[in-house]
Design a protein around this ligand. Structure first.
Ligand code: PLP
Length: 289
């Protein structure tokens, strides 16, 4: 059978998909560009650039990327943030590579995302698997119970805890209790907060992981907020004992996406307007319920 090289199957399927009348309840959070700045939407191809002197570089940011990262850190109320262009996947791997050492024992929730597992494999750390609380009624796993974590610290000598905050189903464990345990056992708290970039922007939402004493928290900005796909952030605590996390961030070479991330994150989306948007979303959800 001959191949029809005039066809572009991926392009064709994308076009068919986006031209269909629909209400997108899936990520990315910008919902087909509805919450992206109109100029950026119009010029999306023009700003698809490599790292040029004017556009700064993720590997050693000195200009607009650095400025964006400082705005982001301020908006989330953390000492330091890094823009990530390969999703929370890249963030979790960066955390593993910079926070952990080969053979280091780490408490890890059994429902951890595969990017956490990939990071653990790459650095060669030793996971101590912890069973999350099982919800028999709904058939889903929730967060870790503090008693399970305390027992594991007592018996394994683990030096870090890696937890999901929230789970895939949007539930959270007792983060304050987990953070207390980490402090008591001198361990670092690492958080996969892929689904919680918005927690910091409304007081009715659960405790933001990045403000709970975590040494590192990763957020998928593209899932919930207005970043384009793969836009994510990594927040780190810069206390001396924790310094170094995230500074060996793996990233692609054409790292133009930070511009998109900056747009979706630091500016109109959250810092200035997050609480109002969250209230609006909750009102819509309540009306729909
Ligand atoms: C809990 C959790 N962590 C990490 C990831 C990876 O996120 P990303 O798609 O931003 O790489 C996901 C993706 O769904 C996830 O659900």
């Amino acid at each position: 059978m001959g191949f029809e090289h005039s066809r572009a199957p991926l392009f064709e399927s994308l076009r068919t998909f986006v031209e269909r009348d629909q209400a997108p309840f899936y990520s990315p959070g910008h919902k087909g560009g509805r919450t992206i700045d109109p100029w950026l939407r119009e010029n999306i191809a023009a700003v698809d650039l490599n790292n040029l002197p004017d556009t700064d570089t993720l590997h050693c940011p000195e200009g607009p990327i650095l400025e964006a990262e400082r705005l982001i850190a301020d908006a989330w109320g953390v000492p330091q943030s890094f823009l990530m262009v390969q999703g929370s996947t890249g963030g979790n791997i960066a955390v593993a590579l910079t926070a952990l050492r080969p053979d280091e024992p780490v408490l890890v929730a059994r429902n951890a995302h595969k990017s956490v597992l990939a990071g653990l494999v790459q650095v060669g750390a030793r996971p101590v698997w912890l069973e999350p609380r099982w919800d028999a009624e709904f058939g889903v796993a929730h967060g870790l119970d503090a008693a399970v974590v305390a027992r594991a610290f007592e018996t394994t000598g683990a030096t870090a805890l890696w937890a999901l905050h929230p789970t895939y189903y949007g539930t959270t464990g007792d983060l304050a209790a987990l953070a207390d345990l980490c402090r008591r056992y001198g361990a670092r708290l690492l958080l996969d907060g892929a689904h919680s970039p918005h927690f910091a922007f409304h007081p009715d939402l659960p405790t933001p992981g990045e403000q709970s004493g975590a040494a590192a928290t990763v957020h998928s900005v593209h899932k919930i907020l207005s970043g384009l796909s793969q836009a994510a952030v990594l927040h780190v605590d810069t206390a001396p004992a924790r310094r170094g996390i995230g500074t060996a961030v793996p990233a692609t070479n054409p790292d133009d996406q930070p511009a998109f991330c900056d747009h979706g994150v630091g500016r109109p989306g959250t810092a200035a307007d997050g609480a109002r948007r969250t209230c609006l979303a909750r009102r819509h959800a309540d009306q729909g319920a």
